[in-house]
Design a protein around this ligand. Structure first.
Ligand SMILES: CCCCCCCCCCCCCC(=O)SCCNC(=O)CCNC(=O)[C@H](O)C(C)(C)COP(=O)(O)OP(=O)(O)OC[C@H]1O[C@@H](n2cnc3c(N)ncnc32)[C@H](O)[C@@H]1OP(=O)(O)O
Length: 167
């Protein structure tokens, strides 16, 4: 089905997944969709390899961790969390030569924790990996206190976004 993109999420400068100034980053972009799911689009490089032309399983899990963890912002803008559980099932190899899409949504949200599920999708829509994750909510002020509370670490994503996505 096709879904309209409602909002582009901010990205960070240093993060391994979304960091614009981290040379090893996947430069992942995050799009909030009309069905209240989050889609990420990542651009892998040979740095992210395990076997030849196969994305490393740890990188796949990092994408799923971040796309599920960011989904909370659709339901509760300004909410942040740290991962306390992450379970991944790897079903198909993920090639390195193409953009990688992932989708996620929140399945449980309480005052203290949230949980969600996500998938890595291949170009033809095949599900290459699935994930379940649990997070403990934490105020952003606490998460960035080691940086002196510098919120300029989060920046607007200035790249063009699709108007709609299909999966
Ligand atoms: C500007 C920044 C840019 C960033 C870029 C965007 C990135 C966005 C990315 C997002 C995605 C990427 C994200 C990442 O990669 S986050 C990085 C990976 N994860 C971590 O670093 C987390 C490490 N763990 C901890 O820090 C502690 O264990 C925490 C803080 C979680 C708990 O601390 P502590 O151990 O001292 O515990 P407490 O006694 O104070 O308990 C506190 C409360 O928490 C509840 N609890 C604890 N564990 C669990 C559990 N397993 N299931 C259910 N609940 C649990 C507990 O019941 C209690 O509630 P209550 O009993 O009081 O009611």
């Amino acid at each position: 089905m096709k879904y309209k993109v409602k909002r582009k999420q901010q990205v960070s400068k240093g993060c391994f997944i979304c960091g614009t100034e981290n040379h090893e980053s996947l430069k992942t972009k995050f799009y909030e969709l009309e069905n209240n799911e989050l889609m990420s689009i990542s651009t892998p490089t040979p740095t992210h390899q395990s076997y030849p032309d196969r994305m490393h399983g740890g990188i796949i899990s990092a994408i799923l961790d971040e796309v599920i963890g960011r989904s909370i912002m659709i339901l509760e803008p300004g909410a942040w969390g740290v991962t306390v559980e992450l379970n991944i099932k790897y079903k198909k190899p993920v090639p390195l030569s193409k953009q990688v899409k992932a989708t996620a949504r929140i399945t449980r949200n309480t005052r203290l924790i949230f949980e969600g599920t996500g998938e890595i999708l291949l170009e033809d829509g095949t599900v290459a990996a699935t994930a379940y994750a649990k997070y403990v909510k934490m105020p952003i002020e606490k998460l960035i206190q080691d940086t002196g509370g510098d919120m300029s670490l989060m920046i607007d994503d200035e790249t063009p976004s699709p108007e709609e996505v299909e999966y």
